[in-house]
Design a protein around this ligand. Structure first.
Ligand SMILES: NC(=O)c1ccc[n+]([C@@H]2O[C@H](COP(=O)([O-])OP(=O)(O)OC[C@H]3O[C@@H](n4cnc5c(N)ncnc54)[C@H](OP(=O)(O)O)[C@@H]3O)[C@@H](O)[C@H]2O)c1
Length: 274
């Protein structure tokens, strides 16, 4: 598994990550305490960690933090780059600190590598949220600050609300079938050295069966999912986080690393997925 610089953090993390949002049914049943299917999900996350994936993304709202904790148990904590998120109703200072401590408890860890604002909330001043983030960084419980689903203006506001630290990442929908971040956000991230965590990197499950990827994937002996993931992972600062719910898929996705698309192949994909 190839490792890549994660923004200005000084950390290198796997170029392929894992996402742990499953579906609304899982969230509802996990909330009710009925966790059927949990073992298979833990197994899938374990498969990823065992295949060299070090970047794991979860969120307080996904109800997957306890699964990630189980998969991490017995592994070296400092080899994992653990990212979680705070829901927009917890962006005032006290609520954020409380939500963070709850996440620490569910993740059974003493620190989080990346804490991300899941969605912006215009009713809470970003300065208050980012000041609370810096407080956590100051206490050594949090390493790096990120956001998710922010537009360019919101991203710039978040960055300027962090006088003592850097905004390390933004998480957005990015894949061959949704390239809208390439207009403004990606050039900004490149310039400012902000990492882009690409969610829906498989087009929410559509790309592994997209016939347009067939010629390239078969000529390179790869699957269509691997071609779609390497298209993202081969870009500086971009980290795809495909969903990790099936061990076989996670193994296949981890093997999307350690090869490169040629410029000609990238050009061909640009034409096929405008
Ligand atoms: N920040 C946000 O607001 C936000 C929003 C949405 C998602 N996310 C994050 O992004 C992650 C990914 O999103 P997503 O799961 O909806 O989209 P995705 O990763 O693009 O697609 C997942 C779908 O593709 C399937 N799949 C995965 N690997 C495959 C493979 N090698 N071959 C064939 N099919 C494969 C999955 O099936 P299996 O599940 O059976 O493997 C699932 O149905 C989430 O888990 C979450 O962490 C973040």
């Amino acid at each position: 598994m190839r490792l890549k610089e994660f923004a200005k953090t000084g950390r290198k993390v796997s170029e392929i990550g894992m996402g742990t949002y499953y579906d609304p049914f899982w969230i509802m049943t996990a909330f009710a305490g009925w966790r059927r299917g949990g073992a298979a999900k833990i197994n899938a996350i374990n498969m990823g960690l065992g295949s060299g994936i070090t970047l794991v993304d979860t969120a307080e709202v996904y109800r997957s933090e306890p699964l990630v904790a189980k998969a991490m148990a017995g592994r070296k904590r400092d080899e994992i780059f653990l990212a979680t998120k705070v829901w927009p109703n917890h962006l005032h200072r006290d609520a954020l600190v409380k939500a963070f401590d709850h996440s620490l408890g569910r993740l059974q860890t003493s620190y989080i590598d990346l804490y991300q604002v899941h969605w912006p909330n215009p009713r809470v001043p970003i300065r208050e949220t980012m000041a609370a983030m810096e407080e956590l960084v100051g206490q050594g419980k949090l390493r790096h600050v990120g956001v998710s689903n922010f537009n360019l203006r919101q991203l710039q506001e978040a960055q300027s609300a962090l006088p003592k630290s850097e905004l390390s990442s933004v998480q957005l929908d990015y894949s061959l079938i949704n390239r809208s971040v390439e207009r403004e956000i990606l050039p900004y991230c490149d310039r400012e050295k902000v990492a882009l965590l690409a969610y829906y990197p498989l087009g929410h499950g559509k790309l592994p069966s997209d016939h347009r990827l067939e010629p390239l994937s078969s000529s390179r002996g790869k699957t269509k999912a691997q071609a779609a993931l390497q298209w993202l992972a081969g870009k500086p600062g971009v980290f795809p986080i495909p969903r990790a719910s099936t061990a076989n898929h996670v193994r296949e996705n981890a093997q999307a690393s350690d090869w490169d698309l040629s410029d000609q192949e990238r050009g061909q994909l640009d034409l096929q997925f405008p």
